[in-house]
Design a protein around this ligand. Sequence first.
Ligand code: ADP
Length: 190
Amino acid sequence: MFNFILFGPPGSGKGTQSIKIAEKYGFAHISTGDIFRKNIREKTELGLKVQGIIEKGELVPDELLIEILEDAMDQYPNVSGFVFDGFPRTTQQAHDLDMMLNKREESVSLVLALEVNDDEILTRLLKRAELEGRKDDTKEVIENRISIYNDQTQPLIEFYTEKGKFKSVEGIGGIDDIFKSICEIIDQHK
Ligand code: ADP
């Protein structure tokens, strides 16, 4: 089983690239952001609980994540791999993920970061705000998300580097060029 984490700041293109990776390799794509947005749209109990948090650009509490992730994985009993998009985002989540995969006699295979600087992210997310009108894409909320990423999610780079599982690629350029770089790295590790 190939357990692949696509890593990077908000707006780095994780969603776009994850879909392409999942399609090419036959992996299941699990985006925690998409799961939360669907729950918000459908006004489920979970959706009502997380809506305010997400609209402020804050992180949903760690203890809610692992169960959601495991449920999502259980919907794909026969895949040869997963692309995790937007998870883990804190060291606690990374530990929880290790424990959960361990239980399944699995482990994280590779963590690949899309490298995009803060200025480019801000520009991209402001543009997305105009196009899609996501409630968490206003300037203040975006700045909050970037700063939360820097404080809480960046430390994962060290966590996975120490395990020898961390790689990165340039996340600025054409979608297909970036996809090609990602595939080259996946192919070296499969
Ligand atoms: P982006 O990567 O563009 O910030 P996502 O779609 O991945 O957006 O996530 C949107 C929001 O959903 C996050 O800002 C956060 O509030 C919440 N969220 C998604 N994944 C997680 C996670 N692993 N832990 C905590 N909160 C999360």
